[in-house]
Design a protein around this ligand. Structure first.
Ligand SMILES: Cc1cc2nc3c(=O)[nH]c(=O)nc-3n(C[C@H](O)[C@H](O)[C@H](O)COP(=O)(O)OP(=O)(O)OC[C@H]3O[C@@H](n4cnc5c(N)ncnc54)[C@H](O)[C@@H]3O)c2cc1C
Length: 314
């Protein structure tokens, strides 16, 4: 049985000052379910869609002055937002900071750009090395936070620098060495006060368009055969333990098809949980905990979560 902390609300709030400087959309008391790939989650007190870096700086200034907590969403594809929602300000980068430019053998992208778009952009320009990103539905910012990867490649492989807005409202440059990238993690997973606004990637390998396209098609085919593509999921729930696969352990524990409410361990890939109807975040979280306990008791292995759980219960 899960018990949750009570959510503090920051509503009602005077957003007059924010409105004066902020160029993007401002929504109050707005459901977040449609902003996540699981399709679940309660509301945000204040949901902001920044248009550019200036807007991010304005948000940080407002949040700091008013003492309101900030949460950043990319495309919400590695997140479980609880049914009670998120307290304070939620910043969604969907539709914003999605600029890109080519300069001096690099591609510079806004943090809100979608990874599949980025992968396709590279392909169209004969740039190899980003084919793996084609089937990952996140944003550049979220991918850097998670060090997203597949088929032996990671987003950090050709990363040259990242621009971040800190709580002191300054735009700072970080080099990969400073970001402690390893399997599905970086310093950003712990240092939540840093907002990634752009990333620069080295162009290291050129190839004929058809060759890059074939690789992307092959990766797509593999995903379609091995993952519940099209279902409401958040990708892999757990990291693979060294030398093994979380999916194999979950299957071995007899959990394929296991259901709690509207949440089910995928029949196609046991490391995915599907929202098969009207799942609540609570169903999914309870299923995650059940899997952890069962795998531990059956195999002795403690699984580590890849998916992030945010917010409050209702
Ligand atoms: C069908 C499916 C397949 C997937 N396959 C893969 C895969 O093959 N490999 C893989 O690695 N992942 C995979 N994922 C998981 C997910 O897509 C990646 O982790 C992705 O990089 C997350 O990006 P996002 O924009 O959705 O981040 P979100 O889920 O929105 O956020 C993830 C974390 O990053 C933080 N964050 C997001 N943007 C910023 C920013 N600009 N600044 C600071 N913090 C930020 C959020 O606060 C949160 O803590 C898959 C997911 C799905 C649904």
């Amino acid at each position: 049985m899960l018990t949750y902390l009570k959510r503090a609300s920051y509503l009602p709030i005077d957003i007059g000052r924010l409105k004066r400087y902020f160029k993007g959309n401002i929504l109050l008391d707005t459901p977040l379910a449609r902003l996540t790939s699981f399709g679940v989650g309660g509301s945000a007190d204040i949901l902001l869609y920044p248009k550019d870096i200036e807007d991010i700086v304005t948000i940080v200034e407002f949040a700091k002055d008013e003492g309101i907590p900030l949460t950043i969403l990319g495309r919400g594809t590695n997140l479980l937002i609880r049914d009670g929602g998120i307290s304070g300000i939620v910043v969604s980068l969907r539709g914003g900071l999605d600029n890109y430019e080519f300069a001096d053998e690099t591609i510079i992208t806004g943090a809100g750009l979608s990874l599949p778009f980025f992968s396709k952009l590279a392909m169209e320009n004969g740039i190899s090395g980003f084919e793996f990103a084609w089937g990952i539905p996140g944003s550049i910012g979220g991918a850097v936070v998670m060090n997203a990867g597949a088929f032996g490649s990671n987003i950090s492989d050709h990363l040259e620098e990242v621009l971040v807005v800190d709580m002191d409202k300054k735009v700072k440059k970080y080099l990969p060495d400073q970001l402690k990238f390893s399997y599905r993690t970086s310093i950003f997973r712990k240092q939540r006060e840093k907002i990634i606004v752009s990333a620069k990637f080295r162009i290291v390998s050129k190839a004929p368009l058809s060759k890059i396209k074939d690789k992307m098609r092959e990766y797509e085919r593999i995903r379609k055969n091995t993952q519940p593509v099209g279902a409401k999921t958040a990708g892999s729930i757990f990291k693979n333990p060294k030398g093994d696969y979380a999916g194999r352990l979950i299957e071995k524990a007899g959990l394929k098809g296991m259901r709690i409410g509207g949440a089910m361990v995928s029949m196609i890939h046991a490391n995915f949980i599907e929202n098969i109807g009207n799942a609540r975040a609570k169903d999914i979280e309870e299923l995650i905990i059940y899997i952890e306990e069962k795998v531990k008791s059956e195999t002795g292995i403690k699984l580590t979560r890849e998916v992030e759980i945010l917010g409050y219960g209702d």
